[in-house]
Design a protein around this ligand. Structure first.
Ligand code: AMP
Length: 218
């Protein structure tokens, strides 16, 4: 099963992607997480990506594609994957389509987690991320058990640079300009499905499972 999660930054696609990965036993591939891991490890890729990420801009396609194609070569991708944060531009989507076509393959679904901008801005200001393992929380909707500490590893939780209000606005503009066109792109292939991302996390997940198991009422 090959699934793409679409939606604005903060729409909750990362949370849903993790749940899908767990339920179907496929890897959750987040380009944002991979860039952050590289940044933490101080690799040249991480340092290059940082200049773009801190501004809320997209990392150039060439760099992103090199990274993701390398990831696809990993044996854990043999039964599919759920992509979170990739593709984010039309050239990235076209490169993915082409790479899959070489193996007579295609994505199964592109799932758009739909949330209006004003809800996103509200949500992102409450988002906190673990400095150590990258797990994400929300001070209201998904609070850690101990304030300011990660449930998984106990490290400190911080507001990521790219979740700061001035950056969020920029990320939303970038999303509308560069990523939203993917909705039409995947609709053109009959692969697009939309879910209402303003609902409870568990309801959004149920709607996604219905789609993946072809039970959606259309
Ligand atoms: P995310 O955690 O998915 O919101 O990603 C955080 C940041 O990483 C983005 O704001 C971009 O700077 C960068 N990034 C992640 N995925 C991509 C991608 N597919 N193309 C370009 N930049 C990306």
């Amino acid at each position: 099963m090959k699934i793409i999660m679409l939606g604005a930054p903060g729409a909750g696609k990362g949370t849903q992607a993790k749940k899908i990965a767990e339920k179907y036993g496929i890897p959750h591939i987040s380009t944002g997480d991979i860039f952050r891991a590289n940044l933490k490890a101080g690799t040249p890729l991480g340092l290059k990506a940082k200049e773009y990420m801190d501004k809320g801009a997209l990392v150039p396609d060439s760099l992103t594609l090199e990274l993701i194609m390398d990831r696809f070569a990993n044996p854990d991708c043999a039964n599919g994957y759920v992509l979170d944060g990739f593709p984010r531009t039309i050239p990235q989507a076209e490169a993915l389509t082409e790479a899959l076509k070489k193996n007579n393959d295609e994505v199964d679904y592109a799932i758009d987690v739909d949330v209006p901008d004003e809800v996103i801005v509200n949500r992102m200001s409450g988002r906190r991320a673990c400095v150590n393992c990258g797990a994400t929380y929300h001070i209201v909707f998904n609070a850690p058990k101990v304030e300011g500490k990660c449930d998984t590893c106990g490290a400190d939780l911080i507001l990521r640079n790219d979740d700061k209000p001035e950056t969020v606005q920029n990320r939303l503009s970038v999303y509308h300009e560069q990523t939203q066109p993917l909705i039409d792109y995947y609709n053109g292939f009959g692969k697009l499905r939309s879910v209402d991302g303003t609902k409870e996390m568990s309801e959004v997940f149920d709607a996604i499972v219905d789609i993946l198991e072809n039970k959606e009422s259309k």
